[in-house]
Write a protein that binds this ligand. Sequence first.
Ligand SMILES: Cc1cc2nc3c(=O)[nH]c(=O)nc-3n(C[C@H](O)[C@H](O)[C@H](O)COP(=O)(O)OP(=O)(O)OC[C@H]3O[C@@H](n4cnc5c(N)ncnc54)[C@H](O)[C@@H]3O)c2cc1C
Length: 423
Amino acid sequence: MNPDVLVIGGGSAGVAAAIAAARQGADTLLVERHGFLGGAGTASLVHSFCGLYELPPAPDSAPRVANPGLPAELERELLAQGIAHDPLRMGKVDVLMHQPQRLALFYDQWCTKQVNLKVLLHTEIVATVVESGRITEVTLHCRGASWNLHPRSIVDASGDAMLAVLAKHPWEHPPSKEMQRPAYIVGINNVAAEALGGDEPLKVAGTIAKAIQEKKLPPEAAGAHFRRSGALNEIFLTLDLPGDSPECAFDSTDARSLTWIEMQGREVTFAIVDHLRASLDGFANARITTLPVRAGIRESRSWIGERVLTEEDILESRRDEQAVANATWPIELRETARGPRLLYPREPKACGIPLGCLRARDLQNVFVAGRCLSATHRAKASIRVMGTALATGQAAGIAAASIEPNTAALAHQVRQVLSDLEA
Ligand SMILES: Cc1cc2nc3c(=O)[nH]c(=O)nc-3n(C[C@H](O)[C@H](O)[C@H](O)COP(=O)(O)OP(=O)(O)OC[C@H]3O[C@@H](n4cnc5c(N)ncnc54)[C@H](O)[C@@H]3O)c2cc1C
């Protein structure tokens, strides 16, 4: 089995990269280390697509999908299948709320019906061989068995720039104090329909705040937010966490940090739900029915690409002839567990992410998509969202399917494919 294109990681970016490459006629293999596709949008119970729509030019403008091709197809299908409901205007942006559990099934079906695409779950990349500026061999691993492949091109959509580490290619990682904070999301069932309507959210927040004051809940419970899930009587509790543990400052690539976040996430969310059950009528029968496969990690390593996307690129809505994906989400900084700080582009226009940000600086046959693409910490706070990850995945997949070595010429090819999709 030697695919033309190997895609590492089956999150929003990886699924889009794999489908896009396969539709270009490339024999494509998608490998995912967990048991289902969707990445944070399923495994971490993230339940809304941000960056899927353009920034509304006026308060009464109708939502418009920001990228042609797979992002538009996904939106259409999720709405048609009832996995998502009409886009929601939240201040200056539109989001699409979805059901993560059903999204996982949707991704299975979306991928398996593609000709030229094979998916391997429970499979991860563990080693590479680099020769003359190319990756010539990769080692995949599943439950103690390893095997080697020689793909023509590779897309790293692992979120953690795994391939950069394995290939000893330069990558970046912000210092702990700047890193976007993690969160733990759980699904809660049997919550009364009215428990989050009217003034109730304030009552819930007040109940939690009082319990923290009285030391009945730990201070970390202050990071709790609730949202209806779209399924009857179900809500999601998102708990933003500081991430620092007694052993080390927060580092999303350190096993000690990750272990702390998972365990603290479970401990605090169960404590909150137990407390609300005892305190509020609407929560009398509430119980946690869905745990995430893994805690939500907002930021990890980034590749160093031929180009590096910057904060000013986003704020100035820059675009040039290499632009292959539209980024429309504001810079959403979550450097503390006390909620987001948003920096909007000066005009409500998309930034065009250049292909050079999706291409490894020193490895000719490696492309990158999703939250580990080549961007500064601040630019990443915009492009990491799932709508944009679908778009960068699509562009990286189309590029990886081509044999054109020159980035400018390749960007032209990708743009041609995208404009055909738009037509
Ligand atoms: C708490 C939280 C809330 C968020 N809220 C929103 C929101 O409301 N809306 C929004 O659009 N975005 C949101 N985001 C951001 C968004 O979910 C992620 O940035 C987005 O999912 C990135 O997509 P991705 O495909 O790049 O990475 P991921 O979704 O992280 O997927 C990467 C995949 O690669 C796999 N993988 C990793 N290493 C390997 C390996 N070696 N071999 C094989 N597979 C591997 C992983 O298992 C994973 O499935 C949120 C994130 C968090 C953590």
